[in-house]
Design a protein around this ligand. Structure first.
Ligand SMILES: Cc1ncc(COP(=O)(O)O)c(C=O)c1O
Length: 400
């Protein structure tokens, strides 16, 4: 039997997903049609937010959020050291200064104490302040504590929820909040890249509960253009001209298409099933490596979330096993198991390394030293999961 390659993540496409896309392809609208609003409405309902705005990627969702909140070269943005570059680069692109914040050694989630220490240093400056937190791997950071800090120092809060569609946050009173409800933040942003919890091929979503921010983001999604149709009640006579529109802000095209939204909507209907399948695999990995702690350990669930696992991250003591991560990844690759590292800390990237003091970020660097994302996706069979477990144990000589 020829063994298929197992990647760290992969989309799950059903016949219904395919049919939904074909239906749009046969319809009158490939873009700016009815599917976009339908997806947005359903997404708002699922995530309990007032407004959802579909856009071209998770990166555009972040960029539009920062832009709508007025982030510019007079701004500082606090970002966890462990995240994909887009969390920081969308703000740096607008000229903002990025301040990296330390993350927990075991979960990789932003540390509220480190955030507060860094905000305090800048609190007397006249800078506009923003913080983007990341619900890494599909579990929530401490939103309650973080939003308390942000309110105290007047910092706008964005949740980069690109990993965490379907996850829930639990507060100190045991109340549950679905990720995306923006109960603690100005915006939540999502990505629907094929490795994410649901996919649109490429695409993103912005959630907010503020009408004003919603209107701003909608405007910025489409070149800053306000169309006549959207402003029927304008008393000014020029709005009576049927062709009239105004470019009210400088922006670009961050729209998505009806084709992508049809896939997104169809996938959204399956989110709970997809989540359960991932959870089952995650639990199997936890059980398999339970007796090998602390040398190998799957990233643990924290107390304040019900995760929607997006990645399965192993924490490995490479020194104990006398193997490097590079050697391990190559051995696994030869066994047709493709793994990945999420992520190289931003402080190790040339564009963010400037003037970064590593001692401030020591826990995130420790997190990075141990991590490896192993295959986990809804259509992965239990036989394949067991093959990954067996292969890892063989390499580590935990089985003969
Ligand atoms: C945490 C995080 N933020 C933002 C993004 C950007 O999303 P997209 O690839 O859809 O632009 C990603 C995607 O990998 C991500 O993982």
């Amino acid at each position: 039997m020829v063994r298929k390659v197992l990647n760290y993540s992969k989309q799950s496409i059903s016949n219904k997903d395919i049919e939904s896309v074909i239906k749009v392809l046969k319809s009158d609208f490939l873009t700016t049609g009815p599917m976009i609003e339908r997806f947005e409405k359903n997404f708002s309902k699922y995530t309990s937010s007032k407004y959802s705005i579909a856009c071209s990627s998770g990166t555009s969702a972040l960029l539009l959020s920062y832009l709508s909140l007025g982030c510019d070269k007079e701004s500082v943005v606090f970002v966890p050291n462990i995240t994909f570059t887009a969390t920081a680069s969308a703000a740096k692109f607008l000229g903002a200064k990025i301040i990296l914040v330390d993350c927990d050694e075991e979960s990789g989630l932003i540390l509220p104490k480190s955030l507060e220490n860094k905000i305090k240093i800048l609190s007397s400056s006249k800078k506009k302040m923003f913080c983007a937190v990341v619900h890494l791997n599909g579990q929530c950071c401490d939103l309650e504590e973080i939003s308390k800090i942000c309110r105290k120092y007047k910092v706008h809060l964005i949740e980069d929820a690109c990993h965490a569609l379907g996850a829930k946050f639990i507060d100190s009173k045991k109340r549950r909040y679905i990720v995306g409800d923006c109960n603690f933040s100005d915006f939540s942003t999502f990505s629907f890249h094929p490795v994410k919890n649901i996919t649109m091929g490429e695409g993103g979503m912005i959630n907010t509960n503020s009408k004003e921010l919603f209107e701003k983001a909608i405007l910025l999604r489409n070149h800053g253009i306000l169309k006549r149709l959207e402003e029927k009640n304008q008393s000014d006579s020029k709005w009576k001209d049927p062709w009239y529109y105004e470019v009210q802000d400088v922006s670009l095209n961050f729209r998505t298409s009806d084709i992508n939204c049809a896939l997104g909507l169809s996938q959204l209907k399956r989110i709970d099933t997809l989540k359960k399948k991932r959870e089952k695999i995650y639990q199997r990995y936890i059980e398999a490596f339970d007796s090998n702690k602390p040398y190998i350990e799957v990233v643990k669930k924290n107390d304040n979330s019900i995760p929607a696992w997006h990645l399965c991250v192993l924490r490995i003591d490479f020194n104990y096993f006398k193997i490097t991560r590079n050697e391990l990844m190559n051995l696994l690759k030869n066994m047709k198991i493709n793994t990945q590292v999420h992520y190289i800390p931003l402080s190790r990237q040339p564009v963010y390394s400037e003037k970064t003091k590593n001692s401030d970020l020591k826990f995130s660097l420790k997190y990075y030293e141990k991590i490896l994302s192993i295959p986990m996706y809804p259509d992965m069979s239990i036989r394949d999961v067991d093959y990954v477990i067996r292969s890892l144990k063989k390499i580590f000589k935990l089985v003969r």
